[in-house]
Design a protein around this ligand. Structure first.
Ligand SMILES: N[C@@H](CCC(=O)N[C@@H](CS)C(=O)NCC(=O)O)C(=O)O
Length: 107
């Protein structure tokens, strides 16, 4: 992993590294909506780190909101769903916690 010469905050990876990261991010989904400033902060980090994460807009798809409330325990966004190796789902709330998680795991 390196960073862009034009913008040291933008992560650049070799193709094989990116493929490995893409495999890992198949287990992540972000519940969000577009008018949420906290969501936008998380989305910017996802973009900067070049992560392919499943985006689930709870205003466009009511079923996503239902999943979030039923399994996550709250309708608050952003929320990152993490599918662990044993198949269990973890629901990570709070934008700063989500950002810390992504930066620790993918930088
Ligand atoms: N401290 C939280 C704030 C999240 C928050 O306030 N989200 C709002 C949208 S911007 C929300 O989902 N409100 C509706 C609800 O909590 O059900 C964070 O940083 O993630």
């Amino acid at each position: 992993m390196s960073t862009s010469p034009l913008n040291p905050r933008i992560v650049v990876r070799k193709p094989e590294e990116q493929q490995q990261i893409d495999r890992e991010t198949q287990n992540l989904a972000l519940y969000y909506h577009e008018n949420c400033v906290h969501c936008i902060r998380v989305l910017r980090v996802i973009e900067r780190l070049h992560l392919k994460i499943d985006f689930r807009n709870i205003r466009e798809v009511p079923a996503y909101r239902d999943q979030l409330v039923e399994h996550g325990g709250s309708s608050t966004v952003p929320c990152l769903q993490v599918r662990k190796e044993d198949g269990d789902l973890e629901w990570l709330y709070e934008s700063h916690r989500i950002i810390d998680y992504l930066e620790e795991r993918f930088v």
